[in-house]
Write a protein that binds this ligand. Sequence first.
Ligand SMILES: [Fe+2]
Ligand SMILES: [Fe+2]
Length: 369
Amino acid sequence: MTVLVVEDDEITREAVSQYLRLSGFNVLEAESGEKALDLSRKVDVALVDVKLPGMSGIELVSEIKSRNLSCVVFIVTAYDDTETVKKSVEAGADDFIKKPVNLELLKLKITHALRNRVFHLYRNSYLKSLKKKLSLLEKTAEEFFTEYEDFLFEVLDILNMLSEYRDAETHKHTERVGWLSGRIAEEMGMDEAFVTEIQFAAPLHDIGKIGIPDRILLKPGILTPEEFEIMKQHTTIGFRILSRSSSPILQLGAEIALTHHERWNGSGYPKGLKGKEIPLSGLIVAVADSFDAMVSRRPYKKPKTLEEAFQEIEELSGKLYSPEVVKAFLKLEREIMDVYRREEDEDSSNDSRSSHKSSPGEGLEGIRE
Ligand SMILES: [Fe+2]
Ligand SMILES: [Fe+2]
């Protein structure tokens, strides 16, 4: 431990320094504030005489403290008046020692201060490292979130492509099912997170079709009951694929893949769930997907008009579809009509809903939706 003795009186300085050296401290000496400043960075304790030529002891204390925060500074003064003590404390002095200096007391005070200093140093460096860790963590969390978000959207995009690649349904169909599902959920008063999640998860409802053999998926004609049983497996296959992820969107996608063909009266598949046994996401996507399929042109059927489709969904409320979902869906009638009509107008020469490639196997499933 290094102690700096700042004292202009040579005899006092020598006596104090000598005693401290004999007590085992490493001692540096300075006769002025200016010289002391140069040495102050290297010391653990500074004993500063309040009366110095040039720079005053109190000025020196505040300078030392601004350069070496961990240095313990004692002001040494013959004046123990309140004003001097107050100024010393304001300048940053940790304690004061009265002149004439009691050497034994000085040694005790230094030893005690150094012990405390170790604790303060530890506390300060621990706090500093905590703050550093925290700021690093905040930054990383933000960056991590952005990276995760980008990554998730890329994965969703790839999954959507995969899903559409083998399916007859177009990108616009899956996009519309996502939009419709989000709007219905919002109309039902679901929270923002669920609305966003269902909007991104719903387009993946038929991803399991990538596991259906071509002879069935692409069969030009009506499926046999056996073939239809295999077709139904697109729900469980989709669930198996998407449930491998821990992402809330893909987890919801898994739930939707599994339940979008369940029907309110229990006539659906794969489990024949009834009413509220079916998760809300499945109930919502059932309506969105069926409606979009009804108004879409398929090789085996003419599209229904928007009015006809709304009427059919309404008639099937409480039979195939959840009454609550249908109620919210019907409230959106005007908005949905506007969106579909606008899209029809924009795309009138080459309507996406009339241009997708034919797939009777999928079509049969579409009829049953
Ligand atoms: Fe499906
Ligand atoms: Fe669909």
